[in-house]
Design a protein around this ligand. Structure first.
Ligand code: WTA
Length: 705
């Protein structure tokens, strides 16, 4: 295919999205899996494609559901009578914790379920066998039920770092039918409190501290703000349970509030050795909520069902990640994101694998760390994001070669991967032995949507591959016309059919669910036929002649920073809480390591006397407090005015073009065309200056300070 000249279709006046600034890649060559891999693969029968073909839909998904143990078999595979609220495996009953723990005891009780690697290298990895996991999940479930008073259907918010108590707590919730809502540890207390209120959690589960880049972080410090924020939003928190990084030794400077805060290791004394029958739930009972950023200022709670979700992640982990019980599997993501839920906890544990979790940052104390961990634990399946790969490649391009590990399989997820980076992953990290799957999917989709089948399809750097088994993707242009394979034009990728991993709804917001994902391409809102309800993913993509999808990035107000999803509206709302700020606009900027980073444009209210540096500092502080450090902007530009149409629409597209040194296009219809040139000179002129000066801080805090 020729180079893509116009990566998105249709004119869009205000577009400032990722897909519009996507890098233009050329068509790449194929790479083939090794014979040795193919021979041992879970999925090596090419007939599987036919089994999961449309003619066998939705029954084909019974193949995944049959990988689980059910206390009662379903009567209907898919109930599509109330579009777009699909029901899967209706009538079926099961328990997720039973499926991830109890059922493995017979064959695997002495096998490692979780190996937890602390960040300090002088602390040994902790091995938790399936028997031990069983005990600890039971004790924790007993504590949650009898001490915290939690029962089926209650929600609980978990704000914890990557320590083994996190998956243990999740599985304990699942054992009781309690709906967990895990908030990524790097989010602020305020972000946690907001989510706790939205989900209606009266119990928060925390950790006191954890290691990050060699420092013991005081995590419990976030609790007061979380509790206050939840209260402001109408939710009382009556218990805060605190896991201590070192039982008996409190690693936080903040006081425990009497009657509200409890150390889990102390309370646990009453629950030692207790076992709890797993609570059998309906396939459609929710398993968890996961908040993610969307097009509005408020993150939405993606609600995932128990049966369909667990079946889908188990099936895809088995077929696409090739997980066998004998494998040592390490996904370097954080459990606080959907990747960690599906492909560190639920998928791998349902398959009786050994799942490695690592507390810290990949390059601590140096860029050889991941490969030392892989060598020591004999990891043979590895999973990470393009950002981590770029970072490790930059910091230690030859490090992998120094260690004696052998991966048979590697996954990448979260962002498009540049072919050049893919090749380093393949040649140097995978040592040309490992097959790679580039998996495209989303928080909402529960599991993988596009990927190559590792033993059956060739890999193509930079392309995710075809739709996975039972997923029928399609690309539509803005007018709802299908863009066929090889069209050479990008459009919006959609999934034509329902699947078991799709979220049930947005927590307490059915309308938003329908509006956000189905309104755009719904053929008939009255239709009861699923064929009329394609799922709109919000990503721009191209379909090559060979049926492989290449994902370009978001077409909405979401920015994928280092594979983490941020809503530009969330950042803008945070800026608008600052009294000096009149208007704020956030745009994505291409970044060598993180893929994309947010850049902020601010115009000030008339008469403001504060210096640009003070305002800029305030913006950064506010974002860190309201959202978290991960949302920290690369630059804050204080501009004289925002480019606007005559009707007053703020033209983010123009700001995005300036930030990415692209052509600003036609600006003659603007109300204030002159300001564009002023901003361009201010931003691009000074960017060069900052780059020349070099120090990281100048670049990070921007050229306006
Ligand atoms: C992006 C993460 C290109 C995409 C599982 C999507 C990708 C968003 C890929 C979802 C990939 C994810 N190639 N882009 N392999 N995987 N994305 O909800 O823009 O955190 O919409 O889920 O990440 O991010 P989320």
């Amino acid at each position: 295919m020729a180079e893509i000249k116009n990566p998105t279709s249709g004119p869009s006046t205000a577009a400032a999205d990722e897909a519009h600034i996507a890098v233009h890649w050329k068509e790449e060559e194929y790479f083939y899996p090794q014979k040795k891999f193919i021979e041992q693969a879970n999925l090596k029968d090419p007939k599987v494609v036919e089994r999961f073909g449309e003619k066998n839909f939705p029954k084909c998904f019974e193949e995944y559901a049959d990988m689980l143990t059910w206390s009662q078999r379903w009567t209907t595979v898919l109930d599509a009578n109330d579009p777009p609220f699909w029901k899967w495996f209706v009538g079926g009953k099961l328990n997720a914790s039973y499926n991830c723990v109890d059922r493995h005891l017979e064959k695997y009780k002495n096998k490692a379920a979780i190996i937890s690697v602390p960040e300090p290298e002088n602390e040994e990895p902790a091995v938790i066998t399936y028997q031990e996991l069983y005990k600890r999940v039971n004790e924790t479930a007993a504590l949650l039920r009898d001490f915290a008073g939690l029962k089926k259907g209650d929600r609980v918010t978990i704000h914890m770092p990557m320590i083994p108590e996190l998956p243990i707590t999740m599985l304990a919730c699942a054992r009781l039918g309690v709906i967990h809502s895990v908030v990524f540890g790097g989010f602020s207390g305020e972000a946690c409190g907001m989510r706790a209120a939205d989900s209606g959690s009266r119990v928060l589960i925390y950790a006191d501290s954890y290691y990050r880049s060699g420092k013991l972080i005081d995590h419990k410090a976030a609790v007061e703000i979380a509790v206050e924020t939840a209260k402001r939003d109408g939710q009382e928190i009556d218990k805060v349970l605190v896991w201590r990084r070192y039982p008996g030794k409190y690693g936080s400077a903040t006081p425990m509030v009497k009657g509200r805060d409890f150390f889990v290791d102390e309370v646990m004394k009453d629950f030692r050795g207790k076992t709890i029958e797993p609570v059998t739930v309906d396939a459609e009972d929710p398993l968890f909520l996961m908040y993610t950023s969307g097009s509005t200022g408020k993150p939405k709670g993606c609600q995932h069902r128990t049966g369909g979700y667990l079946a889908y992640v188990t099936g895809t982990a088995k077929y696409y990640q090739d997980i066998h019980p004998e494998d040592v599997y390490w996904c370097m993501a954080d459990i606080g994101w959907i990747t960690g839920h599906s492909y560190i906890v639920y998928g791998p544990l349902a398959l009786a694998a050994t799942s490695v979790i690592y507390e810290g940052v990949p390059n601590y104390p140096d860029a050889g760390r991941p490969w030392r961990i892989a060598e020591r634990l004999d990891v043979n399946i590895f999973h990470t994001s393009p950002t981590a790969i770029r970072m490790l490649r930059k910091a230690g391009p030859h490090e992998p070669g120094k260690y004696h590990y052998h991966f048979k399989h590697m996954t990448t997820v979260g962002e498009p991967i540049e072919p050049e980076v893919w090749r380093w992953y393949y040649d140097v990290v995978g040592k040309r032995e490992a097959v790679i799957v580039d998996t495209w999917w989303q928080t909402e989709t529960g599991g993988i949507l596009c990927s190559t089948k590792p033993a059956l399809d060739p890999m193509k750097p930079g392309s995710a591959g075809p739709g996975v088994l039972g997923i029928y993707p399609i690309i539509y242009d803005e007018n709802g016309e299908e863009l066929p394979a090889g069209a050479g034009r990008a459009g919006n990728i959609c999934i034509r059919n329902p699947w078991p991993g799709i979220e049930q709804t947005i927590w307490k917001d059915r309308d938003r669910f329908t509006r956000q994902y189905y309104q755009k391409y719904c053929k008939d809102p009255k239709s009861k036929d699923w064929h009329d309800w394609p799922y709109f993913a919000g990503d721009g993509a191209l379909l090559a002649k060979d049926g492989y999808f290449r994902i370009l990035g978001r077409v909405d107000d979401v920015i994928n920073v280092a594979g983490h999803r941020l809503g530009t509206k969330e950042l803008e709302s945070a800026c608008l809480t600052i009294e000096e700020v009149a208007e704020a606009a956030v745009v994505p900027v291409v970044d060598e390591i993180k893929g994309r980073v947010p850049e902020i444009y601010i115009s000030l209210k008339p008469g403001v006397t504060a210096s640009p540096k003070d305002v800029s500092d305030k913006v950064i502080r506010t974002i860190e407090t309201m959202i978290g450090k991960i949302a920290r902007p690369k630059t804050v530009h204080i501009v004289p005015d925002m480019p606007k149409t005559r009707s007053g629409k703020l033209m983010r597209r123009i700001l995005a073009a300036i930030s990415n040194t692209l052509d600003v296009g036609d600006i003659t219809t603007l109300a204030n065309p002159d300001v564009v040139e002023q901003i361009r000179v201010q931003v691009q002129g000074k960017q060069k200056l900052a780059a020349k000066e070099g120090p990281e801080d100048v670049k990070r805090f921007g050229s306006d300070v």
